[in-house]
Design a protein around this ligand. Structure first.
Ligand code: FDA
Length: 394
């Protein structure tokens, strides 16, 4: 039987980083994964350039049933610590927008960096490994794998959430939590496009590919101002992905198609200058033409000239553009979701070490835990910070 101080299950962002830190602290560490290569989601992330953190990390950017849980780890291992590491490895990066940091070249550099760090810690990596059983005894944990039995004094679960099963996602971590009597909160897809009911989808079908800035508001008042994108299934784009994490089935979201306001002022000014100009051509100064055609078919935009547009119609138009209520049919689900909301209940874990309060030597880090960040590097930062906090305690 092979013997390790620590076995980390999941060679993703959190698992590799935790294994590297623990190995460099002198522990004998094995990290194992069911896939053929490590860091598969990292490779896919940020359009192949990995949005590895965000300049504006703050606990308010994370959803959890226990909003205080993420504070300690995020404060002790910050975005600046990770940026230092990236820079030490000579990886060039840039801010794209809203504090989002990407590699200049390729996400592969982040995986290479993590693998180099693991090598410095003499970490053993075992791929294509299925964990068949886990047993806890006085000395720690015995794992039956396909083809081997290993023993670990401590066990770290970093097997991620359910999003993108094609990249190896599995409910493994939740099952381990349940095996050891830890509560798991219901999971759902987050940072995911909306699908629409057929009638609305048919009305919007000509808009597929149209993108524009908007403010999207969920029923709890949370709102994001970024682009929305109409797709052949429904709606996507960063503002929609963000709000999807706050949306519950059956609820509407409110879309403000004129986020800078100024519709009244524009119409009044244009009416003075060009009274015979059509309303639709005037709105084309603000919105994509294809969208205006659809808004006309939805009855939001009357087919009139500016001088025909009366005060009541103008007020209605402004209200409809700024408060378009859309009730999504659902989301595209885990198939395309960037993250999984819910997961191992943080009330059962120490926020300082990520160790299960009732199961000594068992730790949960990264996305498997009920901490989910916004779009824009927040989820990787949670992976790094929770992994670091755990590694200090191993
Ligand atoms: P992660 O999913 O990275 O790793 C889990 C590992 O466990 C996987 O390697 C998996 O194969 C393994 N595993 C699962 N079940 C197992 C089992 N039964 N046995 C053994 N191993 C098992 N975030 C961000 O901040 N910036 C970004 O740019 C992006 N971009 C992005 C793009 C796409 C397409 C997706 C799907 C997601 C993102 N994300 C993101 C989210 C980010 O990828 C995610 O939050 C982190 O990868 C979570 O890190 P973990 O290490 O917790 O899980």
């Amino acid at each position: 039987m092979e013997q390790f101080d620590v076995v980390v299950i999941g060679a993703g962002a959190a698992g590799l980083f935790c294994a590297a830190q623990a190995g460099q602290a002198g522990l004998r560490v094995m990290v194992l994964d069911n896939g053929k290569k490590p860091g598969r989601k990292i490779l896919m992330s940020g359009g192949g350039r990995c949005n590895f953190t965000n300049l504006y990390i703050e606990p308010a950017a994370y959803l959890s049933s226990n909003p205080h849980f993420c504070k300690s780890a995020l404060a002790r291992y910050t975005q600046w610590d990770f940026i230092d590491m990236v820079s030490r490895h000579g990886i060039a990066w840039h801010e794209k927008t809203l504090g989002q940091l990407f590699c200049d070249d390729s996400a592969e550099q982040i995986v290479t960096m993590l693998m180099d760090e693991c090598q410095q810690g003499n970490v053993t990596l075992r791929l294509r490994s299925e964990v068949l059983t886990i047993e806890r005894n006085e000395q720690g944990y015995t794992l039956q794998l396909n083809g081997a039995e290993i023993h670990a004094n401590k066990l770290v679960i970093a097997s991620g959430g359910l999003s993108m099963p094609g990249l190896g996602a599995s409910p493994f971590g939740y099952k381990v939590a349940e095996q050891f009597g830890l509560p798991v909160l219901p999971t759902r897809a987050g940072l995911v496009p909306f699908t629409l009911h057929k009638p609305l989808l048919e009305q919007l079908q000509t808009l597929s590919g149209v993108s524009l800035p908007a403010i999207v508001t969920a029923q709890d008042g949370t709102q994001f101002r970024e682009n929305i994108l109409f797709t052949h299934r429904g709606m996507s784009g960063p503002a929609v992905l963000q709000i999807s994490s706050y949306w519950r089935a059956g609820e509407p979201v409110v879309v403000n198609l004129a986020p800078d306001g100024g519709v009244d002022a524009l119409l009044d000014e244009q009416r003075q200058a060009h009274p015979n100009q059509s309303l639709k051509n005037t709105l084309a100064l603000l919105l994509p033409k294809r969208l205006i055609e659809v808004l006309m078919s939805l009855g939001f935009v009357p087919d009139v000239t500016l001088k025909q547009l009366n005060a009541r119609q103008q007020a209605d138009l402004v209200a409809r553009l700024s408060q378009w209520e859309v009730v999504p049919n659902g989301t595209e689900g885990y198939r395309t979701a960037e993250v999984t909301l819910g997961g191992v209940d943080t009330h059962a874990l120490s926020s300082r070490t990520m160790e299960a309060r009732t199961v000594p030597g068992l730790y949960f880090i990264g996305e498997v835990v009920d901490v989910t960040g916004w779009l824009g590097g927040y989820n990787f930062q949670w992976a790094w910070s929770s992994a670091w906090a755990c590694a200090q305690a191993l």
